[in-house]
Design a protein. Structure first.
Lengths: 310, 302, 565
């Protein structure tokens, strides 16, 4: 397994390099530059700005300099926020986005597994249909709709919870976590139901039932672990998705996370910031994909690392 | 595919399929599907929606673009069953026209993602080794590239068209599909009947399309039913950014995202498009579950 | 849909068996937690006692360096942290003493002598000296600083040449410290709006010692603007700047007019989403919002009119024509299109924010100037013009597209205008949108046929609007080139009295209306929400609200108040 991980880590080098290379060149192809603004910037000012940020050099020279810089851990200053460095901005936003993702994941697991279990145990009853329909709504209800609904109900009408912020006042983390977690809760509910039904149909469960074991003993002692395997393998991509997909939630709830930087950087043509966040998310994606591949092999004895490694 | 029934049997289901009678998997599946009331309801509902979408230009009660600014947004009434939007346009008509776009985008873009994703994932998983590594790392790279920049570039390079929209959406959605398919194929690849097929000298292409893919249809169908809603919402986002549907045309996703803005003032603008989209996705989901169960008679999973 | 979402939580409670009793327990915990949060005391509830103003400020400020800042969010904060030579009266915008106690103007209107406040102090206690202004203006104009607003001071003698790098000796530029408290400014020509420009944040002073402690003068990454480092001469000092989260300022004890300052703190919240902002206002998180979604205007008008503010604003919303592109190179087509927009209906039915329909470019009553030349709304005439141009009922017209930058409200205007042209003229135009930077690139490269635009005045004078359409001007972007027009603007800039000046502007404006390189659509208003407890906050066209006059108090009951709640 260690060899498998090492080889995959080695493969990550060309992957990251290609991402850096392609991103570096394509962002410069996007129309408009970092310093275009509504009130036109005088040509001589623009010239000085480009000089200051070395945008007058040939692109391959810029790329070479950039590579040297990032190897030394310097991601450069943001173009849009001249006094902020890209690293500073990423590390300001990261803890918030990370906490949001973890909270959302907990919400998703709690609600998703509970609903999935109920649906599986009470298969083809009203409880099953209601849980699964709710899950379907969760999947197709976009967060830009769910968020405002929750805010209006719990924030404005009932006045139970704050409508915005992250750690500014008590309870302001609840609504964003639920909103972000909802779609994932729905996926997890469906995966749990599927996994549990598969396991509950196995012979050994029938034997256990025949022996007269209590239903909750069967569920929690014998089948839960196997039934939740699909959920476990879903966690890797889910965490990556939660981390990179929090933009909408951050906007709706006014949360100072990384998602907003990532999207705003693209719109602002903040080249260094786009590069920084892209590299950061690439590392995340590579890591979580590797993780989910490792879990896949662990869960399935038919696969082996030796054959998977190449 | 129905012409070679015996080679496509599901190994785990072989005992329950009567090969001797020569009924194909598909005929079998169809008869099982017909017994599934929920799935059939879903199928009828979807057919109904598609029929409406096709007939919309002839049966729509009003024009989708003619405005009545002085009237503005009004609630449901006899003249306008589902009310009107802030420009005084009939909401029912706009939902009908929006359905044409959404259904087309949903099905076509998903189909694009499906074809690319399944082929890519199946080949990577089946061949394995260096090919697998290169193909899957390519997927990793595409995952990691900044999506917003990609969209902005597409708009510049290709201008604006629906075709482009399908392309953009398909380009994004096939990546996850490829990962899922590849994972499943790695498992199927280890089964004895694949080795048997290789030993029989069947071509790899034949094995992939006739033996490997049919055996992973279950997860693919489930994923497809999850992809269609996300594609429809992605369409709304891209249209909002300027890639795709342009005013005065609309789509369900766009109607919903505009409806959210004024959901307190004009709730019908969010409720009706939301309900139509949800019902369609429900129908799709029930049909998907039914299909999956029908194709895999033993498994009774979700 | 609301109820459906909650079912996931509620449903398990209906089941009775052992497994689910754990679920019950969790649900109870959740509910307990939810109810424990009640009742909430909002920011606004506490504010009168605390005298803390909570201010929705649009985007995250890019920089708090007055020489690098370009946008309105930055300007809102800089007005608290720094003070220019001249301030504005909160109601009339007339120049009032700022860092300068008084000033003299020479007879030819080109030489200004400012006498600084004898007790003007930086927030670290240093005296605010005339040399500080010389340093700040040198910095603004220094080429390597690359300030995007450096043109603000090009009215100074030789400033433009220095800014472009043609001369390197700053002593040739028309600003000089005669002594610590006397600043002499020489202009290249009489500039009636010069004092008005001095309330713009780009002309504010900076503290040389602080800047040089934290880096080079021309280092854009200079960290002097961070909380703790910042030294300003304004009524407030920067106490916190948390990225994308909050900016807090507290009173500056050394400020010369500190006794006027009543607020204990201002909190600026960067809020990019206007629906979020409205909800924050409604839940008592904010006193003042930056904007208000259009759909919310009517409900506030009927239910809480004391919270809705519709203030006049010095800006014009218009559509640009690409005058070099067929068929828009034909002035008759441009006129036809411009004449067939029902602006009144657009303003009342689509925009709903009290905007004024615009039939010419400069907003009415800009420092006493109201343009006389006018477009008319005349469909018959428009049809006739279109026929004359060879396109009866829009037949044979090459394809036209309206470009707007991605935004909900621009979309609405475009959709309405598209329909008006179709019905009134039979002309089919397409609509498309692009993200902000792509949009700028498209109009800068003249790749469009019709594009949405807006112009907000930097200072109260017609010049800030009319000099935009000079031949080859960076902001012109229409291809409009008219030597007659250029001549009138040039004449206006050398005119010695206001009547003569305005007469030239009227003639220039008439050319603009006749040649229609742009379609003026409406004059902006500022539509936002303000809590009634905010006092000393007045409507004015520059949206300037000197914070030293602002305070929080229970509003006196007025007749308009009685309708609320």
């Amino acid at each position: 397994m260690i060899k498998f991980i090492l080889i995959r880590l080695l493969q990550a080098v060309p992957v990251l390099f290609t991402v850096v290379l392609v991103t570096f060149f394509i962002i410069r192809q996007a129309p408009g530059g970092p310093f275009d603004s509504e009130k036109a910037v005088s040509p001589y000012v623009l010239e000085k700005l480009n000089e200051r940020y070395q945008l007058n050099d040939p692109v391959h020279v810029q790329f070479g300099n950039y590579l040297v810089d990032i190897i030394q851990g310097d991601f450069g200053p943001s173009f849009t926020y001249p006094t902020r460095s890209v690293s500073e901005m990423i590390f300001t936003g990261l803890p918030v986005t990370f906490e949001l993702a973890i909270n959302a994941l907990l919400v998703a697991l709690l609600i998703g597994i509970a609903a999935g279990l109920i649906a599986a145990i009470k298969k083809n009853t009203a409880a099953d249909y209601v849980s699964m329909s709710t899950a379907m709504i969760g999947i197709c209800m976009p967060s830009f709709l769910l968020g405002p609904i929750l805010i209006l109900v719990f924030g404005i009408y009932l006045e139970w919870l704050p409508v915005s912020g992250w750690g500014y006042s008590d309870g302001d983390k609840i609504l964003p976590s639920i909103t972000l977690g909802a779609a994932y809760a729905a996926y997890i509910a469906r995966l749990t139901r599927g996994g549990m039904l598969e396991v509950l149909g196995q012979d050994y469960v029938r034997t256990a039932r025949a022996k007269g074991l209590a239903e909750h003993v069967i569920i929690f002692k014998h089948t839960l672990k196997a039934g939740l395997l699909p959920v476990v393998s879903f966690l890797g991509p889910a965490i990556a998705g939660l981390l990179s997909g929090s933009f909408v939630i951050e906007t709706i709830f006014q949360i100072p996370g990384l998602g907003r930087f990532y999207v705003d950087a693209a719109f602002n043509r903040d080249y260094t910031m786009i590069m920084g966040t892209t590299i950061f998310f690439s590392v995340l994606i590579v890591a979580f994909n590797l993780l989910s591949d490792i879990i896949a092999v662990m869960l399935n004895p038919r696969l082996s690392y030796n054959e998977e490694q190449m | 595919m129905a012409s070679i029934p015996s080679t496509r049997q599901n190994p785990t289901a072989s005992s329950s399929i009567d090969i001797v009678e020569g009924r194909s998997l598909w005929q079998d599946a169809l008869s099982r599907l017909k017994q599934n009331k929920l799935a059939m309801t879903g199928l009828y509902f979807l057919s109904f929606m598609i029929l409406i979408a096709l007939l919309t230009p002839w049966i729509a009660p009003y024009s989708y673009e003619t405005q009545n600014l002085d009237m503005g947004a009004t609630g449901p009434s006899w003249a306008h069953w589902l009310g009107t939007d802030t420009f005084g346009r009939d909401l029912l008509t706009r939902i009908m026209y929006g359905g044409r776009v959404s259904l087309m985008v949903g099905f076509v873009a998903t189909a694009v993602a499906l074809v690319i994703g399944v082929l890519w994932g199946a080949i990577a998983g089946y061949v394995g080794g260096k090919t697998d590594a290169i193909m899957m790392r390519t997927v990793d790279i595409l995952y990691a590239l900044p999506f917003m920049i990609f969209i902005i570039l597409l708009m510049v390079v290709f201008g604006r068209s629906m075709l482009l929209l399908f392309l953009a959406i398909g380009c994004v959605e096939w990546l996850t599909m490829a990962r899922i398919v590849r994972g499943q194929v790695r498992v199927v690849r280890k089964q004895e009947y694949i080795n048997a097929a290789i030993a029989m000298g069947l071509s790899h292409w034949h094995i992939i399309t006739r033996h490997v893919i049919p055996n992973i249809l279950g997860p693919i169908i489930v994923y497809v039913t999850l992809t269609i809603p996300s594609v429809m919402l992605l369409e709304a986002f891209l249209s909002f950014l300027g890639l795709g549907v342009q005013p005065p045309e609309s789509s369900w996703g766009l109607l919903i995202s505009y409806g959210v803005e004024s959901m307190e003032e004009y709730p019908w603008l969010i409720i009706f498009p939301g309900a139509v989209l949800s019902l369609t996705l429900f129908a799709l989901n029930f049909l998907g579950d039914g299909l999956r169960d029908a194709l895999d008679p033993k498994a009774s999973k979700d | 849909m609301v109820t459906n979402v909650r079912i996931t939580c509620v449903k398990p409670r209906e089941r009775g068996d052992k497994i689910l009793s754990r679920g019950d327990w969790l649900i109870c915990l959740c509910l307990l937690f939810f109810t424990a949060c009640k009742p909430m005391i909002s920011n606004v509830d506490k504010a009168i006692d605390e005298q803390i103003l909570h201010f929705g400020n649009g985007a995250e400020p890019q920089s708090l360096d007055p020489h690098l800042a370009t946008g309105l969010p930055e300007s809102h904060i800089l007005q608290a942290l720094l003070e220019g030579l001249v301030g504005v009266h909160p109601q009339t915008l007339a120049p009032v003493p700022g860092a300068a106690k008084s000033w003299d103007v020479s007879a030819d209107l080109t030489e200004y002598t400012f006498h600084l406040q004898p007790n003007g102090r930086w927030s670290n206690g240093d005296l605010v000296r005339a040399q500080d202004f010389v340093y700040a203006w040198r910095r603004l104009l220094t080429p390597s600083v690359a300030s995007e607003y450096s043109y603000q001071l090009h009215v100074l003698k030789n400033a433009e040449a220095f800014n472009k790098g043609d001369i390197s000796d700053f002593s040739k530029v028309g600003v000089k410290a005669l002594d610590d408290l006397t600043l002499q400014v020489t202009l290249r020509a009489p500039t009636p709006y010069f004092l008005s420009m001095l309330s713009h944040s780009s002309t504010f002073p900076v503290h040389q010692g602080t800047i040089e402690t934290f880096g080079e003068m021309d280092d854009r990454g200079n960290l002097w603007t961070r909380a703790g480092n910042y030294v300003g001469n304004g009524p407030f000092v920067l106490t916190e700047w948390a990225l994308n989260r909050i900016i807090r300022v507290e009173p500056n004890a050394h400020y010369w007019d500190a006794k006027t300052v009543k607020l204990n703190e201002i909190r600026f919240y960067p809020i990019s989403n206007i629906t979020t902002e409205e909800r924050m206002f409604r839940s008592g998180t904010l006193h003042v919002t930056n904007e208000l979604p259009k759909e919310k205007i009517a409900p506030y008008k009927t239910k809480q009119p004391d919270r809705l503010r519709i203030d006049p604003y010095l800006g014009t919303y218009f559509y640009r024509f690409n005058t070099n592109k067929k068929p828009l190179d034909d002035v008759r087509v441009r006129r036809a299109l411009a004449m067939s927009i029902d602006r009144q209906q657009l303003v009342t039915a689509v925009l709903k924010g009290g905007q004024i329909p615009a039939y010419n470019y400069t907003p009415p009553n800009t420092l006493g100037y109201t343009p006389e030349a006018k477009l008319v709304f005349d469909i018959e005439k428009a049809k006739q013009l279109l026929t004359e141009a060879g396109y009866p009922n829009g037949e044979g017209l090459p394809p036209i597209e309206i470009l707007y930058n991605t935004s909900e409200s621009h979309r609405k205007v475009a959709v309405a205008i598209q329909q008006m042209w179709k019905i009134n003229l039979g002309v089919d135009v397409a609509i498309f949108n692009q993200d902000w930077k792509s949009y700028l690139s498209t109009i800068n490269n003249a790749n469009y046929s019709i594009a949405r635009a807006g112009w907000i005045g930097d200072y109260v004078d017609p010049n800030t609007f009319l000099n935009v359409f000079l031949t080859g001007g960076g902001n012109n972007r229409t291809g409009f080139a008219n030597s007659e027009y250029d001549k009138f603007i040039q004449l206006a800039s050398t005119a010695t009295n206001q009547t003569e000046r305005y007469a030239y502007f009227q003639q220039a404006e008439a050319i603009l209306v006749d040649q229609v390189p742009i379609i003026p659509i409406y004059t902006y208003t500022r539509v936002f929400l303000k809590h009634p407890s905010v006092q000393g906050w007045y409507a004015n066209v520059l949206d300037r609200h000197p914070y030293k006059h602002v305070y929080l108090a229970t509003p006196a009951t007025t007749p308009s108040e009685a309708t609320h709640d």
